[in-house]
Ligand binder design. Structure first.
Ligand SMILES: [Zn+2]
Length: 583
């Protein structure tokens, strides 16, 4: 069936804007001014009147964590309760009570499919069924009570820099005021650190004698005992103890994330999901594939396959998974490697000590040899790589390794995820090596408040250098690192274009690095497609390409830059099918 979308302002990937386009069988058939396009229209063609509205290709989030987003949507959202440590704890206490006392009300419905919540329902039911209790029954109930106590209370999104009362990480003592009987875990907004209560520590069996992991650590308090804070690789100690979700629960988390992504106009994601939850990667792939078969995968997935060791990667490849293989909806993407930490928690590895904590320089999570092996293994299998690097120290190491590997291989489109703290010479090397930059313009909203404190004025003045990257010829693909930030593309575009915080109260930070509206739009569409080798398949409104597109309430080329993030996403189409937008 053919559909004509008429009387729009259509951004095709170049200017000037076109007026209309035709979609057939999930692809664009024609685009241009009205006269050109009307050649493709006959009596049977359906017509959609765009009424002068702006249309562009569907957004491509170049780096995020889809499964983790769905998981996070089922936790206590601390990002909205992080103005003080006290507020956060109070919210958690209420979240807990609310859940147990009013399981039917508004926000609750959202959470009904959460593994924890289902467990609670089951327990309630058991209790109802066994009102007449014999001795055996009361024992059962006691067991149920114990199980309930084992169900973890999870929250995510705090940031101590926003705490007005005490700018420090929460500890087990703080979280013991939320619950002494249930394990509690609160994850920092960056996902690289978390804090747990005493009950959780007890369940995990972590004591002062537990050996510290490589590439991370848990903190010891003044009394010599663990204080509940886990950093970098040590967070795995915690995540390992949280009960694993079922296949159906995984799919439900994905559905929840996909609904939100579509609502933001996102039609493609490059997403890192294999290490999110304590389930084998096969289970994650199965969940995506089942959703695809059920027609529920309405965002195209390019999996940034994270494997922490060469052995894990080998097992994956031996299992028969082919890099680049899959369908139009789910494909295996690059090997994803996390090489350092975050700026907020001072774990990104810098070439110099942190300005505001001279004893810290951050840390790399792998040795140079380990990274070399991983990159070489991927290269030998024709697998693209995408490496998380926030500090310039890490970037130096990676550039050396990629230079070593580059002999004769320039078409691999490897890339640096985040690529935040940089200096111009590094960007030149990146361009020479053909490395993509997977950047998150929305990070400017928070990071510009801390970047100079953390890395000093000089390094700050050449960082988040999106314009310079483009100028040097680097492919800059934008994303959100969701759930670190919401996958709100228009907010990201605003930050890229203004270099200010969204509320305008800070900035512009390095105003020379602003992107034009067109560059920013391209970074969320065309460049994302380039990063997954799909620049001839999607990312533009062009005949032959997949009909993934969004209809916006206003034209981003015309609204004042400070209002870009307020532009509503009206309609979202994937493969010509409407999947989201305002009712
Ligand atoms: Zn990430």
């Amino acid at each position: 069936m053919r559909t004509l979308y008429d009387n729009g302002q259509v951004y095709t990937g170049k200017l000037p804007l076109a007026e209309a386009f035709v979609v057939e069988n999930g692809r664009f058939l024609a685009v241009g001014n009205r006269e050109e396009v009307l050649n493709y229209v006959d009596n049977a063609t359906e017509k959609v009147e765009l009424g002068g509205k702006f249309v562009c290709a569907g957004f491509n989030d170049s780096h995020m964590h889809l499964l983790n987003y769905g998981y996070t949507l089922s936790m206590a959202d601390l990002s909205r309760h992080t103005s003080s440590l006290r507020e956060m704890l109070e919210y958690l206490r209420n979240f807990d009570e609310e859940r147990h006392e009013h399981p039917g009300s508004g926000e609750k419905a959202e959470r009904q499919n959460h593994p924890e919540y289902q467990g609670n329902q089951k327990n309630h039911k058991n209790q109802e069924n066994h009102e007449i209790q014999g001795n055996e029954e009361s024992q059962k109930n006691q067991k149920n009570q114990e199980n309930q106590n084992l169900q973890w209370l999870l929250g995510r999104g705090w940031n101590q820099d926003y705490f007005a009362d005490e700018r420090r990480f929460p500890t087990r003592k703080d979280l013991d005021t939320v619950s002494k009987t249930r394990p509690v875990c609160v994850i920092r907004a960056c996902g690289h650190c978390c804090a747990v209560n005493s009950r959780a520590l007890e369940l995990m069996g972590i004591t002062a004698d537990t050996p510290q992991p490589e590439g991370g650590y848990f903190e010891l308090g003044p009394d010599g005992a663990p204080n509940g804070v886990f950093r970098e690789n040590a967070v795995e100690y915690v995540y390992r103890c949280i009960p694993a979700p079922s296949l159906e629960q995984l799919k439900e988390m994905m559905r929840r994330a996909i609904r939100k992504l579509n609502a933001y106009g996102v039609t493609s994601v490059q997403t890192d999901d294999f290490l999110t939850l304590p389930v084998p990667y096969r289970q994650v792939i199965r969940a995506f594939q089942q959703l695809e078969q059920e027609g529920g995968l309405t965002v195209r997935v390019y999996e940034q396959a994270q494997f922490p060791s060469v052995e894990d990667l080998r097992e994956f490849l031996d299992d028969g998974w082919k890099p680049g293989g899959g369908s139009q909806w789910f494909r295996i993407g690059p090997l994803k490697i996390v090489a350092d930490g975050s700026l907020g928690s001072r774990t990104a590895y810098l070439s110099r000590p942190y300005e505001d904590e001279p004893s810290a320089q951050g840390m790399m999570l792998y040795s140079r040899e380990q990274l070399e092996q991983l990159l070489a293994k991927a290269a030998s299998q024709g697998m693209q790589t995408a490496v998380h690097a926030i500090g310039d120290g890490t970037l130096d190491v990676l550039l050396d390794l990629y230079e070593q590997l580059a002999q004769g291989q320039t078409k691999r489109r490897d890339g640096i995820v985040h690529c935040q703290i940089t200096h111009p010479r590094q960007l030149e090397r990146m361009a020479r090596l053909g490395l993509c930059a997977y950047v998150q313009p929305i990070f400017l909203d928070y990071d510009q408040r801390i970047v100079e404190q953390r890395v000093g004025r000089e390094l700050a003045s050449s960082s988040y250098a999106f314009h310079t990257m483009k100028e040097k010829g680097i492919h800059v693909a934008a994303g959100s690192d969701c759930p670190v930030e919401a996958p709100d593309v228009l907010a990201g575009i605003q930050c890229a274009v203004t270099r200010k915080t969204l509320d305008g109260s800070w900035g512009p930070y390095c105003p020379g690095e602003v992107m034009s509206v067109q560059e920013a739009l391209d970074a969320y569409t065309i460049e994302g497609a380039y990063a997954s080798f799909e620049e001839t398949v999607k990312g533009k409104i062009q005949a032959g390409m997949l009909a993934d597109f969004v209809v916006l309430g206003e034209n981003p080329f015309e609204v004042p830059a400070s209002r870009l993030h307020r532009i509503p996403v009206l309609d979202v189409y994937v493969g010509g099918r409407r999947v989201g937008g305002k009712a």
